[in-house]
Design a protein around this ligand. Structure first.
Ligand code: NDP
Length: 312
């Protein structure tokens, strides 16, 4: 199917960045089309309490907050679709955005596709993700009360997850593949000083054992120094090994950095293609907060509006 309408703006992605862009673009009368993607509402829909978003002094549940964002966007004329964009063509104008065989045309595109948790790439992930393996301590920590679990990674995410998980778990072991940590000193010290946390370095996870009925039972570790393989018993594995920006289908048109994040021009959301803007985690590997994503979503809508004004 081809929709011949040339839209003013199409927003791809529906986390805080995309939906804030939709609110602002809606209020600017751009009648934005939002393709929400495979995870409508974005990463916040897999968290529980959001306690640091200004305006919610008692906290708010992630999914509820994203519903509020969406309702606000719709109030100003945004049309939101639970569709996943598979391809874009930015080689000519109007830009083309594809959902499978369906083609949509737009004068501007706002990219807010976010980032996804990085995986180890183990076969066991297919079976055990959600059954003992998790990428989100805030979402799943509660299910590991009094259990022995591991957190893999050596950055701030791993330290934060490990510290958080000690609220529930009997013991948390951080497994890191090197001796040097990317984590900030303060987060690493906090983990080191926590009596419920052990840290193992120079270990890679080769395999995770378990089944969907009983969960995880152990992991197979390989030592980076002597190459020895050992079995380590545990009941849960949390991944804190970073995120990958969702730019697979975009990177042939857009300038991205060495980690795949879209490069935006200083003090703006402009990309290397005039009329294409990027906001939120897909262009920010540093702050990665709901509020910063929302802020950049606002910027993207304003940038798109100005761009369209100049065309006229
Ligand atoms: P980072 O990229 O900083 O760290 C990722 C960690 O995972 C590294 O230790 C890396 O190992 C390890 N890793 C990556 N791939 C693999 C793999 N295949 N197998 C084993 N280990 C792997 O990501 P984070 O998510 O920790 O942090 C991202 C950004 O967010 C940072 O800027 C961080 O400061 C920030 N952040 C801040 C927080 C806070 O201040 N409260 C909380 C969380 C994140 P190696 O070191 O060997 O590369």
């Amino acid at each position: 199917m081809t929709d011949k309408t040339i839209h003013k703006t199409i927003i791809i992605g529906s986390g805080p960045a995309g939906l804030t862009a939709a609110i602002y673009a809606g209020r600017a009368n751009l009648k934005p089309i939002v393709f929400e993607g495979n995870q409508p509402g974005g990463q916040l829909t897999i968290t529980t309490d959001v306690e640091n978003f200004p305006g919610f002094p008692d906290g708010v549940m992630g999914p509820e907050m994203m519903d509020l964002f969406r309702n606000q966007a719709k109030k100003f004329g945004a049309e939101c679709f639970f569709k996943h964009v598979t391809k874009v063509d930015f080689s000519s104008k109007p830009f083309k955005v594809y959902v499978g065989d369906e083609e949509f045309l737009s004068e501007t595109v706002i990219l807010s596709t976010g980032a996804s948790a990085r995986m180890l790439g183990l076969e066991a992930e297919k079976d055990l993700m959600g059954y003992g393996i998790s990428t989100c301590a805030t979402c799943d920590g509660y299910f590991f009360k009094d259990k022995e679990i591991v957190v893999v990674g050596g950055g701030d995410s791993a330290m934060e997850e490990a510290s958080f998980l000690t609220k529930f778990a009997k013991k948390v072991t951080i497994i890191h593949r090197r001796e040097v940590f990317k984590a900030s000193k303060i987060m690493l010290e906090r983990a080191r000083n926590n009596p419920k946390i052990d840290i193992m370095v120079n270990k890679s996870i080769l395999d995770i054992k378990g089944n969907q009925k009983d969960g995880v039972s152990s992991i197979i570790l390989k030592d980076a120094i002597d190459g020895k393989e050992t079995v380590f018993n545990c009941e849960g594995v949390f991944y804190g090994i970073g995120h990958i920006p969702n730019t697979d289908f975009l990177s042939m048109f857009l300038d991205v950095d060495e980690n795949g994040y879209i490069i935006t021009k200083a003090d703006s959301t402009r990309t290397n293609i005039d009329g294409v803007f990027a906001c939120g985690d897909v262009q920010d590997s540093h702050y990665r907060q709901a509020i910063t994503a929302a802020g950049s979503g606002c910027m993207a809508a304003i940038d798109a509006e100005k761009f369209l004004e100049n065309l006229e």
